[in-house]
Design a protein around this ligand. Structure first.
Ligand code: F6P
Length: 545
């Protein structure tokens, strides 16, 4: 059986269209339409998107719109907002939009209004956060909390870390937040090295409360805390949990009163605005956290109610499909020109790649087209002095998303204009390049002309907002969440499961038993794994130089 997408007339129309316009240069497209820069733009919830530097025409957008209709995008969007079980392989809803719905909304799942549940937990989080922030929550020895260590991995870490870094300007600077994710003991050791247990609160974040890395780190943190404070009773004042599994949390020794819940309809990578965001709330406080939720909700409403031509997540999602499947661009560089967004690309990697890195359709048919591209990136201008060379002159097309803000959070005399000048210049250079004639006209010696030419015609989006705030961060996150969803709908994949991560986990548990056994058991792996296991044990047990 073949996957349906490439056989759809709308897909074939796009193929045909690409054959006609694929070789057009952005220079020609801009020359033919002086208003292109304004025309190919859209704005919502304070976010401005310029997509005029994509290698598209008005026809491309029309044909992508037809494809979206043929793939029933509006029906899928309605299903997501309704709470249908759109994560079909796990029989679950993907209802992250409920996490930021206002208290007046209602969304029913299995006869329960989940919005009411969300607000109950949110209020409990706020009460707890206020107690920590105003010093009335005391540790075991009577000291207020000054350090918060969040332990989690994947979606239980990347979103909170990203949001903490992004919103540092809004955070209480007398509260020190640290994040521990890696099972490598260095992560925990370095996080705890200079902390006083008496004033340290741990948040153990794990939706399933089965994740090996998180549970091992939480266990080690607990031992550190109990050793330092001299009693098991200290756990009650120094540990809280965020999870969907009350039983496992209780078995770990954290009382239900100190657990903040989430639900199976919240995917890990879509959970930074659930109780998994407790560290964010502790850092920025309840009002700012609610601002972030409001920004996300504004983007949700925009996505749900706006026609394609003005719909930011739809435009970005469909353009990503165009670049991925027609321009054959295998990756997307996310380049925030805002230092506080330094962890945004890492967060997006999980969001996009765990969602859309799939090789079968929702019906289990092997796809015969490319699905999710590789997301990567670094803040500008740092990347300009490292990998931008490849984006400008390499042999691969790397579509870029530039993200910038009108106002700096730490204004210095010239820096912000310099920063944004660089961002705009990169997009311009990528799009228009520098021809051989232009290079020659600058007096370049003949032998260097080819080296100095930049072909241009490299696509990018530019996102601009007034200022990085909890609200604008919320709009940005929801924009990417929904753009990833649009891509998944077109590719006909389940964007909400992650079966691919399971095999490695299973093999690691067998290998762990073999590594930790007193005497090496018979090995039945491939010869590479067997040899590496033996060599590792030798190195571990008789360390050389
Ligand atoms: O292994 C992948 C994964 O399941 C992610 O999808 C998830 O975000 C992460 O592990 C952490 O899971 P948990 O919150 O259950 O510890």
């Amino acid at each position: 059986m073949n996957s349906e997408l490439p056989r759809r007339p709308e897909w074939q129309a796009l193929r045909q269209h690409f054959a006609e316009i694929g070789s057009l240069h952005l220079r020609d497209l801009f020359a033919a339409d002086p208003a292109r820069g304004e025309r190919f733009s859209a704005e919502a919830a304070g976010l401005y998107l310029d997509y005029s530097r994509q290698r598209i025409s008005t026809d491309t957008l029309r044909l992508l719109g037809k494809l979206a209709e043929a793939c029933a995008l509006p029906r899928h969007i309605a299903a997501m907002f309704r709470g249908d079980l759109i994560n079909t392989t796990e029989h679950r809803a993907a209802l992250h939009v409920a996490l930021r719905a206002p208290a007046s909304a209602q969304i029913w799942v299995d006869g329960r209004d989940v919005v009411a549940d969300v607000h109950t937990v949110l209020t409990r989080m706020e009460v707890f956060a206020e107690a920590v922030r105003n010093g009335s929550w005391l540790g075991y020895t009577g000291q207020p909390v000054r350090n918060i260590v969040s332990i989690g991995i994947g979606g239980s870490d990347l979103g909170p870390v990203m949001a903490y870094e992004a919103l540092r300007a809004y955070s209480r600077h007398d509260l020190r937040l640290r994040f521990v994710s890696n099972v490598d003991g260095t992560d925990l050791a370095e996080a705890l090295r200079d902390l006083d247990a008496a004033e340290t609160l741990f948040i153990v974040c794990s939706k399933t409360f089965t994740t090996l890395e998180t549970l091992s780190n939480a266990q080690a943190a607990r031992e550190w805390c109990v050793d330092a404070l001299g009693s098991d009773a200290a756990v009650a004042r120094h540990f809280v949990a965020v999870s969907a599994d009350t039983g496992r949390v209780a078995a770990f020794g954290i009382a239900p009163a100190q657990m903040f819940g989430l639900w199976d309809w919240v995917g890990g990578r879509y959970s930074m605005d659930s109780a998994i965001g407790l560290s964010t709330l502790l850092a920025i406080g309840p009002a700012a956290f609610r601002d972030m939720l409001a920004g996300m909700h504004a983007m949700d409403v925009h996505f749900r109610d706006t026609p394609l031509a003005h719909n930011l997540p739809m435009l970005m999602g469909l353009l990503a499909v165009w670049n991925n499947n027609f321009l054959d661009a295998a990756s997307v560089a996310v380049l925030p020109y805002e230092q506080y967004l330094k962890r945004f690309p890492a967060y997006l990697q999980q969001l996009a790649m765990e969602s859309n890195g799939k090789h079968v359709t929702v019906d289990g048919v092997r796809v015969d087209y490319a699905t999710g591209p590789i997301y990567w990136g670094e803040p500008g201008t740092n990347g300009q002095h490292s990998f931008h060379q490849l984006i400008h002159q390499g042999t691969r097309i790397v579509p870029c998303d530039f993200i910038g803000f009108g106002q700096a959070l730490n204004p210095l005399p010239v820096q912000h204009d310099l920063l944004i000048a660089n961002m705009l210049a990169q997009g311009e250079a990528l799009a228009f390049g520098r021809s051989a004639d232009e290079v020659r006209a600058e007096g370049t010696p003949d032998e260097l002309v080819a080296h100095r030419c930049c072909e241009g015609n490299r696509p990018s989006n530019t996102l601009l907002a007034a200022r990085l705030t909890p609200w604008s961060l919320g709009t940005l996150i929801a924009l990417y969440e929904h753009s990833v969803f649009v891509q998944g709908v077109i590719w006909d994949i389940d964007s909400f499961d992650q079966w691919g991560v399971e095999l490695g986990k299973q093999l690691a548990s067998t290998t762990f038993a073999e590594l930790s056994a007193a005497t090496l058991p018979a090995l039945a792996h491939d010869s590479s794994t067997n040899t590496l296991i033996r060599r590792y044990r030798q190195l571990r047990d008789a360390p050389g130089r």
